[in-house]
Write a protein that binds this ligand. Structure first.
Ligand SMILES: Nc1ncnc2c1ncn2[C@@H]1O[C@H](COP(=O)(O)OP(=O)(O)OP(=O)(O)O)[C@@H](O)[C@H]1O
Ligand SMILES: [Mg+2]
Length: 472
């Protein structure tokens, strides 16, 4: 090694820095999939960066990929620190965003922010891959990039993938299933998945250098604090329906929750159906029972989502034709609600002709009738929130039967849109949320359910409300 190579900052750092116990476990893991962190400030980015460099130093000719969602994040968290740490030791090739080590190893820094970014990884081969803040990357991008993990090495190096992440983000459910709930499907070997949890309390360096940081985390609203400080995967940042409480309770006892054990629906309650059409994405049909107080119960769902080995493949439709979907809706209704009158609303898009027969024509063929839903987005979400709000008796105006698994899977993982802070991120699996919104707009609740201000609410200048038809 030349004099200047020995002087490179990375060697000084490697001599003086001490990984904490969790980081040591992360460094030592040779599992095919290792997930590290699960909370804020646990030393995740540091651990990923160091481990990637250590692998490149230890194995000559290694090909390592480190991915973050966006280029600015990649630059701030990794390229800038690595440029100074590796200066004089590994050479940075700006044109292909990679550090080349004296022993021929190559550390490629990548990003993936949309489907077309994913394609740039096609045809490459890596011995080790790091996904930093992996819950911010979509599951299909991760799976696709993971296909580049293959080695031509003959020294017995075990190819592996390291993930760092916090709860929340678009693939929260995927990581929670594999590493937290440890629910595996065909082709996934539980022994390949290792989770090393770490919170800021494990990061002595940060606690010492910035003792105020933990106070900042402690001062967060309860849900965010539980996710960021304690690494609680049941709540997370950015959830569009952060108010959802998913503890299944019997109806008699169902306060401060939105999930009830199924019960027999009294014959006198009214039944409604709300529908969102999809083909390559799933179609969502929700059946609602409404009691005398106008309280709604999501009693059943049909969600045409593809599955593999018993687990859903998120946001992937079964590609059922419109006739197949409406035949199934008709069958389900004859079985579940025989002889009952059902009022339906659907996304107005199903009336569109697009040069051929509108989707609604197939619905008519199967005696599944709909009115056009009011699909105003922001007002619709406001209605959903009003229904989810707990009243003084601790009960919301909307409950979900615990059997509606896709509703319970998709609603909690929806995120706010990065562009419109009042809307949700429509690139996510929002079909059930849309059907829920159409239902809530059928008979909007007045704002009185929101926290009552202690001043008169009558505004003498207010315009009279537009008259509208109410369903229930
Ligand atoms: N073992 C260590 N030795 C020296 N410094 C460390 C060590 N572990 C972490 N750090 C430093 O602690 C700080 C926080 O670590 P890091 O940024 O890796 O946390 P993180 O879990 O990625 O945080 P975030 O959740 O905000 O992304 C950084 O300044 C990092 O360099
Ligand atoms: Mg980080």
């Amino acid at each position: 090694m030349t004099r200047s190579a020995q002087d490179a900052l990375i060697w000084k750092r490697l001599r003086t820095e001490r990984p904490n116990a969790r980081q040591r476990a992360f460094f030592a893991s040779e599992a095919l999939h290792t997930m590290y962190g699960g909370a804020r400030g646990g030393g995740k980015s540091w651990a990923a960066r160091r481990k990637a460099v250590l692998l490149c130093i230890a194995y000559a000719g290694l090909r390592v990929l480190l991915v973050r969602r966006t280029m600015p994040e990649l630059r701030e968290n990794h390229i800038i620190p690595l440029l100074s740490e590796l200066d004089g030791y590994a050479q940075y090739r700006q044109d292909d965003r990679a550090f080349v080590f004296p022993n021929g190893s190559r550390l490629k820094l990548g990003y993936c922010d949309c489907d077309s970014d994913m394609i740039q990884y096609q045809g490459n081969e890596y011995d080790a891959i790091f996904f930093e803040e992996a819950t911010n990357l979509r599951e299909e991008w991760i799976r696709f990039i993971a296909t580049t993990l293959r080695t031509g090495r003959t020294d017995g190096f075990r190819t592996r993938i390291y993930y760092t992440c916090n709860p929340g983000g678009v693939s929260h459910a995927y990581f929670k299933r594999l590493f937290i709930d440890r629910q595996f499907v065909d082709g996934e070997d539980p022994d390949d998945y290792l989770y090393i949890p770490a919170t800021v309390r494990d990061n002595a360096v940060l606690m010492e250098r910035n003792p105020g940081y933990i106070k900042q985390l402690e001062a967060l609203p309860e849900n965010l604090r539980r996710a960021h400080l304690d690494g609680d995967w049941n709540v997370f940042d950015g959830a569009f329906f952060a108010e959802l409480r998913l503890f299944t309770k019997p109806l008699a006892d169902a306060t401060m929750t939105h999930v009830v054990e199924p019960f027999g629906i009294p014959y006198s309650w009214r039944i409604y159906r709300s529908f969102d059409w999809g083909y390559s994405k799933p179609s969502a049909c929700l059946w609602w029972a409404v009691d005398y107080d106008g309280r709604a119960y999501l009693a059943d769902e049909l969600y045409t989502c593809a599955a593999r080995g018993g687990a859903m493949i998120p946001d992937t439709g079964l590609k059922w034709s419109a006739d197949q979907v409406f035949a199934e809706i008709h069958r389900r209704e004859s079985e579940r609600f025989p002889g009952r009158q059902i009022t339906g609303v659907a996304d107005p898009a199903i009336w569109a002709e697009n040069g051929g027969e509108p989707i609604v024509a197939a619905a008519d063929r199967h005696q599944v009738y709909f009115d056009r839903a009011d699909h105003t987005r922001i007002a619709g979400w406001m209605q959903v929130r009003r229904r989810l709000q707990f009243g003084e008796d601790g009960r919301p105006m909307l409950y979900i039967f615990s059997t509606c698994k896709n509703t319970l899977r998709t609603l909690p993982i929806l995120q706010y849109s990065a562009r419109d802070p009042e809307d949700l991120d429509t690139t996510e699996e929002d079909h059930i949320a849309d059907a829920l919104r159409y239902f809530c707009m059928m008979s909007p609740l007045s704002p009185e359910r929101e926290a009552k201000p202690n001043y008169p609410t009558i505004d003498p200048l207010a315009k009279p409300k537009a008259e509208r038809i109410s369903y229930f």
